[in-house]
Design a protein around this ligand. Sequence first.
Ligand SMILES: Cc1cc2nc3c(=O)[nH]c(=O)nc-3n(C[C@H](O)[C@H](O)[C@H](O)COP(=O)(O)OP(=O)(O)OC[C@H]3O[C@@H](n4cnc5c(N)ncnc54)[C@H](O)[C@@H]3O)c2cc1C
Length: 121
Amino acid sequence: MGHKSTSGTPSPFMVSLWMAAHPPEALEVVSVMGVVVNCTGLGAGELCSDAELVPIKGQLTYLLPQPEINYIVLAGDLYMFPRADGIVLGGTHVRGDWTLEPDLAAKSRVLAGHAKVFGAL
Ligand SMILES: Cc1cc2nc3c(=O)[nH]c(=O)nc-3n(C[C@H](O)[C@H](O)[C@H](O)COP(=O)(O)OP(=O)(O)OC[C@H]3O[C@@H](n4cnc5c(N)ncnc54)[C@H](O)[C@@H]3O)c2cc1C
């Protein structure tokens, strides 16, 4: 393993990257170290040949920060969380969708849904 920290010992991050890239050798490491935690999320599907692992795509819409909003809203599939960096609006969940591009139609649906909820208050 060529990745070493300044102390000469490989950092846990470099070890995990190396192991993800070398599954057969990683098994050997398991036999020496006793345990390996695979925390590669969706990437675990490819690493472990697990075709049952599928993505569920979610998308967030952010409004400008509004410090006076100090409550959350949950209404069916819709949710709103105030954060220092903006108001988070959701939610969407699309099973089996691998795309990373924002879905503008979903964004419009979320905005319209929240407008309806707040319009009814
Ligand atoms: C829209 C949305 C909103 C969410 N909101 C919340 C929330 O409010 N609260 C909450 O708790 N959770 C929320 N989640 C879920 C949360 O984001 C995930 O559960 C969490 O990120 C999973 O963390 P993880 O470390 O298991 O996986 P990940 O964050 O996916 O990390 C896996 C890492 O492994 C790396 N990797 C994969 N394969 C390889 C490989 N072969 N080699 C090297 N590296 C590899 C990836 O690059 C990645 O860095 C939300 C998710 C979405 C989509």
